[in-house]
Design a protein around this ligand. Structure first.
Ligand code: KE4
Length: 430
């Protein structure tokens, strides 16, 4: 039995100084019950909490720790950068080098601007698309999450749906009116919106593989259909690859599926665990960004030398060692096969969606292809399963509406431990 009295005490203390006791809502375990574990350290596949409990981590900081926690690759680069001061607020060579590296890895990017989070990246990308097209409206998809920018908190996934506020208070009617939504994988619904808002839509933004309603893959022809529609209508197609970028392939989902957006947004892995986001795309669009063009966007710590050192080390390693993706895919194959065997043994017919080293178990027997089908999942059962796995030292995302991320630190024997725990947790929860 895993006990966490210190975490429990810290969580109640945190309530007095931090809203909900956490600095990001999904961490609060609200959707699954129980109290979050306060972590003190992590190495490779393992995280350690204040009570000395050890967990095998399948969140990996929500994606960034693709090489496992505290990988020498990133740690050494950061240690080396620290003595040179933490921030200059002036341009540095490293920012050019990482921009050139990103351009060499991501098919759609001819120019890129560094920011400090995925939210900043997506907020900036739609502003630029609006400035470039002179149009106001955007289309997003139900269940997709693009950070907490006002324009995106409409039918939003991730923590927003987890906490039951997919349309958050505080977003003005004017902002909400400029955000149109369609069901994921429903090209006809998008075409209807475009027809009804002729020449008013600046951008269509989506997760090319959705990870924020649980994992949902693009249907055959969906991404290409959006590409063709945007070409016909002069709409900017934005792939939000904050999760999938550098995760599903060196060039992200756009490399995997062979569809090139006009702009891409990036985060998570790009910073190797440091606060980094980026947006980029066609030169003719990106040259609208100040000071090259009229669309304003700025950031005190954008391109921060420590964050750039971490990101540069991470991306360089991934580019120079593409076999990492084969390794990640093989170990994820093993995990998925093990879970499917467990379900067969139990006579359970839950749905597993998976792309590369990302996967989700939906506690529903329906195929999960969009937000509505994701919401047929039994979230109470998910909560019981989550806590049963936590008790077995397996650290999963504390929400049905999230994806899991495998790191290269997940070995065959760790995968066996996960599969064994999965069987026992299912037996206890069903
Ligand atoms: P951040 O602002 O949290 O760095 O990135 C926002 C964002 C943008 N786009 C996509 C596709 C994302 O998945 C995210 C953030 N992902 C969530 C996990 N579902 C972050 C976890 C959290 O909110 O604490």
């Amino acid at each position: 039995m895993i006990h966490a009295p210190i975490s429990n005490e810290l969580f109640s203390r945190a309530q007095h100084s931090i809203p909900g006791g956490v600095n990001s809502p999904v961490r609060a375990f609200k959707a699954v019950g129980g109290n979050p574990r306060f972590m003190v350290s992590a190495k490779g596949a393992y995280m350690f909490d204040e009570d000395g409990n050890r967990y095998i981590d399948f969140i990996n900081s929500w994606g960034p720790m693709i090489l496992g926690h505290a990988s020498e690759v990133v740690q050494d680069a950061v240690q080396k950068a620290i003595p040179n001061s933490l921030s200059f607020g002036a341009p540095t060579r490293k920012e050019i080098e990482i921009a050139e590296l990103i351009i060499s890895m991501v098919p759609s990017i001819e120019k890129v601007r560094m920011v400090n989070s995925g939210t900043e990246a997506t907020m900036s990308a739609i502003r630029v698309a609006r400035g470039y097209t002179g149009r106001d409206k955007i289309i997003k998809f139900e269940g997709c999450y693009h950070g907490h920018g006002d324009s995106f908190l409409i039918s939003a996934g991730s923590g927003a749906i987890t906490l039951g506020v997919p349309d958050s208070p505080g977003v003005t009617k004017g902002t909400a009116n400029d955000t149109l939504t369609a069901p994921y994988n429903n090209l006809d619904a998008v075409k209807t919106l475009v027809e009804a808002n002729k020449n008013q839509i600046a951008a269509i933004i989506l997760e090319p593989v959705a990870g924020n309603m649980g994992l949902v893959t693009p249907a055959e022809g969906f991404l290409q259909g959006l590409r063709d529609l945007c070409d016909q209508e002069g709409i900017v197609l934005i792939f939000d690859e904050v999760m999938t970028g550098f995760r599903l392939a060196p060039g992200g989902a756009q490399e995997l599926y062979g569809v090139t957006p006009d702009m891409s947004t990036l985060g998570k892995i790009i910073g190797g665990g440091m606060p980094v986001g980026a947006y980029g795309g066609k030169k003719e669009i990106m040259d609208y960004v100040a000071p090259a063009g009229p669309v304003y966007q700025a950031g005190t710590l954008s391109g921060n030398p420590i964050a750039m050192a971490a990101g540069m080390a991470m991306l360089t390693y991934l580019k120079e060692n593409p076999e990492v993706y084969t390794q990640l895919n093989n170990i994820t194959d093993k995990l998925v096969k093990g879970m499917q065997q467990n379900m067969q043994q139990l006579g359970a017919t839950f749905t597993i969606n998976r792309v590369g080293s990302m996967f989700s178990i939906f506690f529903t027997d329906q195929p999960v292809t969009d937000f509505e089908s994701a919401k047929t999942s039994d979230t109470a059962l998910f909560g019981r399963y989550f806590n049963a796995m936590l008790q077995k030292g397996i650290y999963l995302a504390p929400s049905q509406y999230e994806a899991l991320f495998v790191s290269t630190a997940i070995t065959e024997s760790i995968a066996d431990q996960y599969i064994k725990a999965n069987l026992e947790a299912l037996q206890e929860s069903i």
